[in-house]
Ligand binder design. Structure first.
Ligand SMILES: Cc1cc2nc3c(=O)[nH]c(=O)nc-3n(C[C@H](O)[C@H](O)[C@H](O)COP(=O)(O)OP(=O)(O)OC[C@H]3O[C@@H](n4cnc5c(N)ncnc54)[C@H](O)[C@@H]3O)c2cc1C
Length: 358
């Protein structure tokens, strides 16, 4: 019998596991393994300034081998409907997402029992807590825990088991990796209402070019390929993909979409719906919600669920403001006005040699 079982060790689960008091016995399961094979979270791997601030709050620094080449200072925003392109300054850190996750996992204290390469397959509520079934090295195991934390991302088994009716708007995110062949690496954000009411992105990482987007689930792959064809006409170079990955991504549209958990079940990170609906940035909220839960549980004073819910109010409010920001990014007319205004844009000044290029 453990005090706490954490399902998932992405930024949310790994942060919680690191911060929980040693007075608790903790088991943490994650289907990732420490090598380069096995599950890797499909992600743009951009660490936003909010996520940097969350890490700074722990006085943490980032190891160099987690970062990739190059670091980029602006996002090229492309509106395929109006044909407008604008550059905006951004303060992201360009990361190897898998290495980032493994690094966060590597700094979990030894007192926490970490099971990498373990997939949680079922959870049942019992009289004294929860029975958790998981598969590790081809064998089935069960453990008991008093409290259960769902840190298992967009397709959370914890959320699906205990809150099957708490649906939240979601998309299929498709991402492909190519050898980088562009003369000048860039980061882009693409709006293409013909193929998706969400957005797409591209980013260069260590001589590879990633192109991905969030698409409605019907004909997602077809929409992705359609969009690639449109972008090729604008000079994007794709070629043969090195790998293709896909996963669900959540996109909250109201305060009701967030779900913090109840009756000794807690949801943190994207499992709770904590992801920005405007940019799909989710690492900062994953870390911040894990911090809030650790503070509540470490305080040792009951009514944990109620306290966690109230402590995450600022996170929910911040994400709700992003919901309000969405029309200015995703409604074609408003987006065109914003882009045409030139507000906060950067004027790109080509060198004389670049001007001569065809
Ligand atoms: C394509 C894409 C691009 C994105 N780009 C960015 C970006 O550039 N910057 C940014 O800030 N955010 C980005 N996001 C959002 C961000 O990735 C997530 O919001 C963030 O990772 C959420 O963290 P988390 O810890 O809550 O969940 P996750 O990072 O999803 O971690 C969940 C963990 O749970 C484990 N798990 C899941 N199910 C089980 C199970 N049954 N048993 C055991 N383990 C399980 C997984 O192995 C995983 O490690 C992107 C999302 C997508 C889909």
């Amino acid at each position: 019998m453990y005090d706490i079982a954490i399902i998932g060790l992405g930024p949310a689960g790994a942060t919680l596991a690191r911060l929980l008091s040693p007075k608790y016995t903790v088991i943490a399961l994650d289907r990732k393994t420490f090598g380069s094979d096995g599950f890797q979270k499909p992600c743009g791997g951009l660490l936003s300034s909010d996520a940097q601030k969350a890490l700074a709050g722990f006085d943490m620094t980032l190891p160099k081998d987690v970062m990739v080449d190059p670091q980029i200072f602006a996002v090229k925003t492309i509106d395929l409907k109006s044909g407008l392109t604008r550059h905006y300054q951004r303060f992201y850190i360009n990361l190897d997402r898998h290495k980032f996750d493994l690094w966060l996992e590597s700094i979990i204290p030894h007192g926490v029992e970490v099971h990498s390469g373990s997939t949680c397959t079922a959870i049942q509520r019992t009289e004294n807590g929860f029975t958790i079934s998981y598969r590790e090295n081809g064998r089935e195991h069960t453990v008991q825990a008093r409290y259960l934390v769902g840190a298992d991302g967009a397709n959370s088994i914890v959320r699906r088991t205990f809150y099957p009716h708490k649906k939240i708007r979601n998309y299929l995110s498709v991402q492909q990796w190519f050898p980088e062949t562009h003369a000048n690496p860039f980061y882009s954000c693409i709006f293409d209402p013909e193929n998706t009411d969400c957005c797409s992105w591209s980013i260069s990482k260590d001589k590879q070019f990633i192109f991905g987007g969030a698409f409605p689930k019907d004909h997602a792959r077809e929409r992705f390929e359609n969009q690639k064809k449109k972008l090729e006409k604008l000079g994007f170079r794709f070629g043969e993909p090195l790998k293709t990955e896909a996963c669900l991504v959540l996109r909250p549209s109201s305060m009701r979409d967030f779900c913090c958990g109840k009756n000794d079940v807690f949801l943190i990170g994207e499992a709770a719906g904590f992801i920005s609906p405007s940019s799909l940035e989710g690492i900062s909220s994953a870390i911040n919600s894990a911090l809030k839960l650790s503070q509540v549980l470490n305080s040792g004073k009951g009514r944990f669920n109620r306290k966690y819910r109230s402590k995450t109010f600022p996170i929910r409010l911040k994400l709700f403001f992003k919901v309000l920001k969405c029309p200015f990014m995703y409604q074609s007319f408003l987006r065109k006005l914003v882009m045409k205004s030139g507000l906060q844009t950067i004027k790109i000044i080509p060198s004389e040699a670049e001007k001569q290029m065809p």
